[in-house]
Design a protein around this ligand. Structure first.
Ligand code: PBG
Length: 316
C-alpha cells in the first residue's frame, strides 16, 4: 500500500491543505521600506504598503487568514499604542479590511509586549511583577480598538488569568458580539520565541523571561486546566504554542475540547529549519511539509506558521 505515490495518496490519513494555514505578519510604524528580520530569513517587518501587497499575495495563494503583530514608534509603561485608534495594527486592519473584504480572516495578536517599554505582557506593579488584573483593563481597550478597526478574531497571547472573560465582556458591551476570540490557551515560556523578539524589537526587563505568567515546559495537566478555563470564559478556539516540542499537549487538547484547536509553529522552530536548510544539512522543503503534517496529525485544525506562503505555493 506504500509502493506508488497514488497508493500513498489514497491511504493518507492526514492531508495538509492551504486552508489549514495562518500567516503571522509584522507591520512596523515609521519605516519607508520593508526591513528583513535577520533571524527569520524570508520574513519582513512590513510598511503599511508592503503589508497590503503581502496579504494580496497570500489571498491569491488561497491562505485563509493572517495574524498581525505591530511594532510601534513609541513604547511606554502601559503599551498605550496597542489601543490607539491610529496605532500601527489598527491602521493595518482598516487598510486590509478595505482590500480583502470578507475574503480573508483578519486576526490580531492581542497583547501589550510589543508596545511596552519594559517588554512585559502587562503593566508592572511596584515590585516589578506583572499586575494581572490591571492588565486585563488594558487588554479590554486593545480588543475594542482591534474590533473597531476590522479584526474578525482577536487572539490574546499574554497568559493573564481571566483575559478571555474580560475581553468577551468588552467586545459584547461595544457591539462586537460577533468578533471571535482565539485564546493562546496553553502557551509555554519557551526558548523558541527568540527570533520573534528580534522581529518586534522587544527586550524583556527583569531577567529577560516570562516564566511567571507563561507555562512551565514540564507541565501538561496544567495546560488542560488553562484550556478548560479559557473555554469556560468564552474562547471560540484555543491554541497550543509552540507546536513541535508540545505535540503531546496538542493531542490531549484535541481530545478534550470541541472547539477548533490551533498550533503555533513559532519563530525559533522556523529559524532552525531555515538555518539547517541553508547549510544544506536538511532538505528544507521536505522538512517543512513533514513538520506541518506532523502538527496536523497531532490534532491541529489550523497552524500559524511563517512557512504559510511558501507552503501554500506548493500545495494545490
Ligand atoms: C506575545 C507573543 C509572542 C509570540 C507571539 N505572541 C512572544 C512571547 O510570548 O514572548 C511568539 C511568536 C513566535 O515566536 O513566533 N505577544
Amino acid at each position: 500500500m506504500r509502493r506508488t505515490p497514488a497508493l500513498r495518496r489514497l491511504v493518507a490519513e492526514t492531508n495538509l491543505t492551504t486552508n489549514d494555514l495562518i500567516a503571522p505578519l509584522f507591520v512596523r510604524e515609521g519605516i519607508t521600506e520593508p526591513q528583513p528580520i535577520v533571524s527569520l530569513p524570508g520574513v519582513m517587518q512590513h510598511t503599511q504598503d508592503s503589508l497590503r501587497d503581502e496579504v494580496d499575495k497570500l489571498a491569491n495563494l488561497g491562505v485563509p487568514a493572517v495574524l498581525l503583530f505591530g511594532i510601534p514608534l513609541a513604547k511606554d509603561a502601559e503599551g498605550s499604542e496597542s489601543w490607539n485608534p491610529s496605532g500601527v495594527v489598527q491602521v493595518a486592519l482598516e487598510n486590509l479590511r478595505s482590500d480583502v473584504g470578507g475574503e480573508m480572516v483578519l486576526m490580531a495578536d492581542l497583547c501589550v509586549d510589543e508596545y511596552t517599554s519594559h517588554g512585559h505582557c502587562g503593566v508592572l506593579d511596584a515590585a516589578g511583577d506583572v499586575d494581572n488584573d490591571r492588565t486585563l483593563e488594558l487588554y479590554a481597550k486593545a480588543a475594542i480598538a482591534q474590533a473597531n478597526a476590522g479584526a474578525d478574531i482577536v487572539a490574546p497571547s499574554g497568559m493573564m488569568d481571566g483575559q478571555v472573560a474580560r475581553i468577551r465582556r468588552a467586545l459584547d458591551s461595544t457591539d462586537h458580539s460577533q468578533i471571535a476570540i482565539l485564546a493562546y490557551a496553553a502557551k509555554y515560556a519557551s526558548a523558541f520565541y527568540g527570533p520573534f523578539r528580534d522581529a518586534v524589537d522587544v527586550t524583556i526587563e527583569g531577567g529577560g523571561h516570562r516564566k511567571s505568567y507563561q507555562q512551565d515546559p514540564a507541565n501538561s495537566r496544567e495546560a488542560l486546566a488553562e484550556v478548560r478555563a479559557d473555554i469556560a470564559e468564552g474562547a471560540d478556539a484555543v491554541m497550543v504554542k509552540p507546536a513541535g516540542p508540545y505535540l503531546d499537549i496538542l493531542t490531549k487538547v484535541r481530545d478534550i475540547v470541541d472547539v477548533p484547536v490551533a498550533a503555533y509553529h513559532v519563530s525559533g522552530e522556523y529559524a532552525m529549519l531555515k538555518a539547517a536548510a541553508e547549510k544544506g544539512w536538511i532538505d528544507g522543503d521536505a522538512a517543512a511539509m513533514e513538520v506541518l503534517t506532523g502538527i496536523k496529525r497531532a490534532g491541529a485544525d489550523m497552524i500559524l506558521t511563517y512557512l504559510a506562503g511558501e507552503v501554500a505555493a506548493k500545495l494545490d
